[in-house]
Design a protein around this ligand. Structure first.
Ligand SMILES: [Zn+2]
Length: 324
């Protein structure tokens, strides 16, 4: 299997979100990628500029960091469908995408759909977010390093400009060799752009230290939260019903937590994020994992704060009854 380390440059509406064209908030203007073999050595590369057809002016922030002008793109860029066609053929059949951060594959899929191309991405679409794996390797799971900081930290030479897709892809590929993939290679990301279309296609994946579940889409966040498959109380390891320590609670319409106790596996903590896809459907992305003492306390703390807020809200909405 090869690793396709991908990086994209994109442009957006010069007037911001309100000028965004439906389905394509970011128009890809450059696709860069390197193909690595199983020893993480570069065996091939891909670099192409796209002739823009959605946004004809360069957004200011974009123009400040990239190294190509709109005029050059219009003159020398190829149409997106040709670039994408060539790119997917170049990827081959046996590969996994690797990116720095989570954004590139979402925008690649949006651009492919916008242009009506019939390329079928794998489902579920697994990929390596090397920015995340780099942090895991540093034992600092929350930190997110910029590509440039990571390159500096690895002591790699910085001979080429950043924010050129091919250069950034190559830099990202070089960092891959510094990540202990024996230890962290099991931690693939699952792309959320295409969500399960039915209960049967919902995603349940066991990772070494947690379980991930992605639900099908619902009409509302409430419908997702109230679904028993989403907020269940079964141990993800053995399937036994767990005892309630802190039942699922949602601090807002997006984030929920729980703490249960499996008779065999001890404390199990859960976290749900409710997200909305491009079609407006709400889906749940849920993590369940064995919790140590500190993690269990953390959930209890969150619950306490949540309860206090709820009580305060109640008090505000129920003014004292007038004295008779
Ligand atoms: Zn269990």
């Amino acid at each position: 299997m090869n690793y396709i380390v991908l990086d994209l440059e994109w442009n957006q509406s010069p007037i911001g979100k309100k000028g965004a064209v439906a389905g394509i908030p970011f128009e890809i203007i450059q696709i860069g990628a390197v193909k690595l073999n199983e020893r993480f050595e570069e065996i091939d590369s891909f670099d192409a500029y796209v002739k823009p057809i959605v946004y004809s002016k360069m957004q200011r922030a974009v123009s400040e960091i990239i190294h190509v002008t709109m005029e050059e793109l219009k003159e020398n860029g190829e149409i997106f469908s040709d670039v994408a066609d060539r790119f997917f053929k170049w990827c081959g059949d046996d590969f996994i995408f690797c990116t720095w951060g989570e954004g590139d594959l979402v925008e690649l899929q949006r651009n492919v759909e916008y242009h009506g191309l019939d390329y079928k991405f794998a489902y579920p679409l697994f990929f390596y977010d090397l920015q995340r794996l780099y942090s895991m390797d540093k034992e600092d799971k929350e930190a997110r390093y910029s590509l440039q900081d990571a390159i500096k930290e690895c002591g790699l030479p910085e001979k080429k400009d950043y924010h050129s897709a091919i250069n950034d892809a190559r830099y990202t590929g070089q960092i891959m060799a510094f990540i202990d993939m024996e230890a962290y290679g099991a931690y693939k990301n699952i792309d959320n752009h295409t969500i399960p279309d039915s209960i049967e296609n919902e995603i349940h994946i066991d990772f070494p230290t947690y379980n991930k579940y992605i639900s099908k889409g619902f009409r509302s966040a409430d419908a997702a939260i109230n679904c028993k498959r989403v907020t269940n109380d079964l141990c993800y390891i053995c399937g036994l019903k767990m005892k309630k320590r802190v039942k699922w609670f949602f601090i807002n319409s997006k984030s929920g937590y729980c703490l249960y106790e499996c008779p065999i596996h001890g404390s199990i903590a859960g976290r749900i994020r409710i997200k909305q896809n491009d079609a407006g459907l709400f889906f749940a992305s849920r993590f369940m994992k064995k919790a140590d003492k500190a993690q269990a306390e953390n959930i209890k703390d969150k619950y306490k704060k949540y309860k206090e807020k709820e009580e305060a809200k109640k008090a505000k909405n129920q003014p004292n009854k007038p004295k008779s």
